[in-house]
Design a protein around this ligand. Sequence first.
Ligand code: FE2
Length: 276
Amino acid sequence: MGRLFHFSDIHFGIEHKGAVAAALEHAHTNPRDLVLITGDITQQGFRREFAAAAEWIRAMPEPVFVTTGNHDVSYWDPIARIFHPWKRFEAFIGHPAVDHQFEAPGLSVRGVNTARGWQMRLNWSKGVIDLEQTRRAAMALANAPEGNLKILACHHPLVEMIGGPMSGEVIRGEAAARIFTDCGVDLIMTGHVHVPFALPITMGDKCSYGVGAGTLSMRERGAPPGFNCVEWDASQVRVTALGWTGSGFQPQRTWNLERRSMPKAAALRAAASIQG
Ligand SMILES: [Fe+2]
């Protein structure tokens, strides 16, 4: 069986200090294969916020995998937003904003950047996904060893969480979700919404799932600060959302998700068919 902890939206600058410290302790005291962090590690992209985020991330047990979020650009710096939005993130965190990949026995993770420094629309916090990045990620995950849990990690949910407190409105999100589903990606793991969820993506064989982690910040949207514990074996993935009680984390909800068994050859054929 495998296990990972999925954190998101810590928003250093307005982080929930008690929950952040307890999350670090939880990650150390429970066995895991990976600590996954799906963006919005800072509130406004200030150096001091990145420094605090980097310190917390460095204190996490290895291995750690971090993706960018829309709050991880320098909020007040238009030059950085336009020309080098992820320079500070990459300098402080040391993880690439694009084409990030992680492999371990039984587990393959690929990162795609869905955040932008600016956009041709009014709300720059919404998501955008590049289909070339998507195809590269789909091919990389299709190449995973047979039976590995295949995870695509990004900040914005690619398909909307119906009834959620926030939308991602990801440009090309549905097209990307279709590609990942067709290529046998098991989980699309995200943040942004600040509440936990695990839902089947209603495309293809309906055995790809959108999994969202809550926040560890003070920006609560109807759920307490928390994170997800994701456990898997050959036939099932179990997602447990843990929520802050005021003194510790308690399980709040569990989802049991049935795993597909797509042979590697079929995943590679699907990935090859969508290369541009
Ligand atoms: Fe956020």
